[in-house]
Design a protein around this ligand. Sequence first.
Ligand code: SF4
Length: 87
Amino acid sequence: MQGCHLKCKYCQNRDTWSTSTNNLISVSELVEKINRYEKYIKPSNGGVTISGGEPLLQIEFLISLFEELKSLGYHTALDTSRNVYNK
Ligand code: SF4
């Protein structure tokens, strides 16, 4: 997910830092994309990991996404620094 304020010196995802980049997608659009891989994800006991950037900067979207994925039987994981202050 886009946006991170920490700017860690050795970050390998510097393209995710900006919070002004607009590539908007709805929860339903993202779930549809994820569902394309369902036949691989579920039999392999895999799941969906949300990373960034800092996903918690978009917590309302994240909660909706995880609720939807859980209702569809996906395992979920969150990769976060837990840094949620707003600049
Ligand atoms: S918290 Fe993660 S994404 Fe953000 S700058 Fe640090 S390493 Fe990069």
